[in-house]
Design a protein around this ligand. Sequence first.
Ligand code: JBB
Length: 247
Amino acid sequence: MQFDVFTLLPEVFPPYLQSSILQRASQRGLMDVRVHNIRDYARDKHHTTDDTPYGGGGGMVMKPEPVFDAVESILGPEAGRPVILLTPQGRVFNQTVAQELSGREKIALICGRYEGVDERIRLHLVTDEISIGDYVLTGGEIPALIVIDAVARLLPGVLGDPDGAADDSHASGLLEYPHYTRPPEFRGESVPEVLLSGDHAKIARWRREQSLLRTLQRRPDILEKAKLSKSDLKFLKEHGYELKVED
Ligand code: JBB
């Protein structure tokens, strides 16, 4: 899978992309991240990429020409690939969006800076807008890295183990159960007996119940969309969960 990233801060990408799992994914040819400096496409003497807003008010706005020139010269005339702007105005990124994007061959990511981008970039270049949450940042670079990270680990072969990402939190719509490793007792806290029992059916049931309880306590909002069996629902009801019924 190919990511083309358009940014005014290209130097922030390599340190993260060259670490551990993502570096291995690139070396194995499972993904390719190409970072493009928007400033290289500014045609004036000072390579200007921002300007003051029409209508006044503070701050600066990213000019349209360098962004259009950068994206059009890298992507060429080919249509159909997602051109994603990272912005607090986008649809909120989650595991479902990550799964959706992981099915694409190529995606382009545009990182805004300053107070945002000229609206014509949104209207005539961008096909999707994605937010990573309800807070404002100084730029879209960290959101772009978050999208790349979440999508890359879903690509076949990126995580060592073959059922890799299928098992983890949010894939099922539930939070993860508690994990333990050695030692069996640490600072007075023991590993739950069931995990040492060797009874795999019992362990699987305990983990499922812990996931259900954690999700009920911490993220009841995501429980509504989770894939739940009859026995999950029975367990949740015994712990105070009331399914909301539409009237
Ligand atoms: C940024 C992701 C963008 O697009 C906007 C916007 C508003 C304030 C600041 C920025 C800078 S770029 S922030 C989070 C991308 O409305």
